[in-house]
Design a protein. Structure first.
Length: 281
């Protein structure tokens, strides 16, 4: 007699792989057969997970067609079964799965569009936070400003694409009624997906802005981030960039290194501030 864990694992394997039958003898049978019972469970699993993928990737479904999308979804579900009770979290590796399919070799932009859709999906369901406190930021000791670290909004995602993914995404929205033409030769995008209020927005940002935000997202301070941006644009305007991304709620938290390894973080609503200690020369 197998253990409970072994039986559950075998049952899950049988649901995902119809050719597997080694759990049939442990399935109850009365008015309907064991095969029929498993079919009901299997159909429910694949139907639910396919619906989750359709909800996260409507543009991909529109681009490849409903029938082909369902076929691709079944293959994905077999290789990547859900590991969470929250279906909104399902489908995070769908873009990588698409990139490995020979059937879409002629449509090499599909994985990048899928990455954009997943970023939009994640941002839509992400948490909200208050805006950054400009009053607190203004109190930072000028001698310490190079040590500032900024945190991006939880409802934000950065991604780069080799293709005009934003244009492809835009012309495949249900409400879009303009020119449907997409010129793949125009190149890619540096994108910021952000939800400052109710609905996510997709911003096509510059290469240097992307590099700066990506560096901050990796917890680098202002000085190190500027060093990276200088390789992209030596004329990068730090002040304008900070104003832009603080005002649109991309940057919602900052921290200041002081007293060794201690770091304090500040958002709107914080009422305390460490005593400034200017370096004397």
């Amino acid at each position: 007699m197998p253990s409970l864990h072994e039986l559950q694992s075998a049952f899950a394997d049988t649901l995902l792989n119809p050719d597997t039958t080694h759990t049939l003898s442990y399935v109850a049978q009365d008015k309907i057969s064991r095969d029929q019972r498993l079919f009901i469970y299997r159909n429910h699993v694949f139907s639910s997970l396919t619906s989750a993928l359709q909800g996260a990737y409507p543009v991909i479904e529109r681009l490849v067609g409903a029938a082909f999308f369902r076929s691709v979804a079944r293959g994905y579900i077999r290789l990547h079964p859900s590991t969470s009770g929250d279906l909104e979290q399902y489908g995070d590796s769908f873009a990588e799965y698409l990139s490995g399919l020979k059937q879409v070799d002629e449509h090499t932009y599909l994985p990048d569009v899928a990455r954009l859709e997943w970023a939009y999906h994640r941002v839509y369901f992400a948490a909200d936070v208050p805006a950054l406190s400009l009053e607190m930021l203004a109190k930072v000791d000028p001698d310490q400003q190079h040590q500032l670290r900024f945190g991006l909004h939880p409802a934000s995602q950065l991604l780069r694409s080799s293709y005009p993914s934003l244009r492809i995404w835009q012309v495949n929205q249900k409400t879009y009624s303009g020119d449907q033409t997409v010129d793949l030769s125009i190149g890619g995008n540096h994108l910021l997906v952000l939800r400052p209020q109710l609905d996510p927005q997709i911003h096509d940002i510059t290469h240097d802005e992307f590099t700066f935000l990506e560096s901050l997202a990796c917890n680098k301070n202002i000085a190190d981030s500027l060093d990276l941006v200088a390789d992209v644009n030596p004329e990068f305007d730090l002040t304008s960039c900070l104003q832009k991304f603080i005002s649109n709620k991309t940057l919602v938290i900052f921290s200041l290194e002081n007293q060794g390894d201690q770091t304090r973080a500040y958002r709107k609503g914080d009422r305390t501030w460490p005593q400034s200690k200017r370096q004397k020369t």
